[in-house]
Design a protein. Sequence first.
Length: 261
Amino acid sequence: MNKKQNVNFYNVNKHVDLKVKQDILRFHNKGNILIDNQFVPSLCFPPLPITVLQDLEGHDTEISPFHHESIPCTSTQNISIRRNRSASEFAATKIDFSILQTLLNESFAADDALRRPYPSGGALYTIEVLCCIFNEKLHESPVSGIYHYRSNLKKLQLLRETPSEEIIQRVLHAEPEKSREANFIFIYMINLPKAIVKYRYRGYRLAWMEVGAMFMQADLVAKELGLKNRLSSSFNDFEITKFAQLDSHSFIPAVVQLFGT
């Protein structure tokens, strides 16, 4: 295949500084979470008093207490671009598979110059989009499973055929019941060797910036298509990577984005 179609993953990986990769993985894994599957799904975080949480949630922060001068900001124009609030539930209805195709292409597809509709450090495009398709929730859909979206080819490549219920149990098992009616989901995977081969430790930071740009781009396109969405980080990294049959030393799940109506 030519450059426009494919880059050899192993050719990239052999140029990676292994110490940089190991350092980043050790640091990253400190932020991984454990979800108890035997009992009530729970995220293992230290509890905070409700009063502390109330002081934190939604409040502005004064980062310079010695400067009190302020200039009011007023809006003089009506701007139509505005994201919706995160969806708390989805309707149990089917949508056309073509809507998913449009969302993928308009959010992530490369143009003729191999540039995509979101920023990426050094134009490396270090995030892989995995699409989990629920066959029974899409009209004229391919089989249920995990697919890799190829931005240059504008194609979905099947990684693993698996029933929708298994995907929901493995990927969304810590999500509220009403969120599980999503029509499909995206998993944003950091391609770690590609992220750090050029910029080393800085590349890890750039990869997270890229993830944010991608899910915001998908958010705005989804709104145009009449879809709602929500983000989730309620998963265990190793479980997600293993389920997708990817190498956990090279691919890091960053966030899951659920879409529906």
